[in-house]
Write a protein that binds this ligand. Structure first.
Ligand code: FES
Length: 106
């Protein structure tokens, strides 16, 4: 059964902001894009580079190392050299707190 992990207050992640979290099994990035929240793994599938400092444009994050892009909504690759998608994680808000849904396989 999946578990919800509280990470930060909604007020602390305004539109345009992003935060990195080291969870028990995974490092993730939480992004607020125009008021919508997205959570992705902080790990490029091309060569394992972190995505934390990657540019974000049109719901795509670009890996700073070799330029692969991923859609933060689905994790799918939108530009090589990466071939495989990155994991994405459901996000919820309860009582003003953002929660990340921990998948069963962690
Ligand atoms: S490590 Fe991300 S594109 Fe190469």
């Amino acid at each position: 059964m999946s578990k919800l992990i509280p990470v930060v207050a909604v007020a602390d992640l305004p539109p345009g902001a992003r935060l990195h979290f080291d969870l028990a099994e995974e490092s993730v990035i939480l992004l607020n894009i125009d008021g919508d929240l997205y959570c992705i793994a902080d790990l490029c599938t091309h060569d394992g580079g972190p995505l934390t400092d990657g540019n974000v444009c049109d719901h795509q994050i670009e890996c700073p190392r070799h330029g692969a892009r991923f859609d933060v909504r689905s994790g799918r690759v939108t530009r090589p050299p990466a071939a495989d998608p990155i994991p994405t994680y459901p996000v919820r808000i309860e009582d003003g707190i953002i929660l990340i849904e921990e998948p069963d396989y962690w």
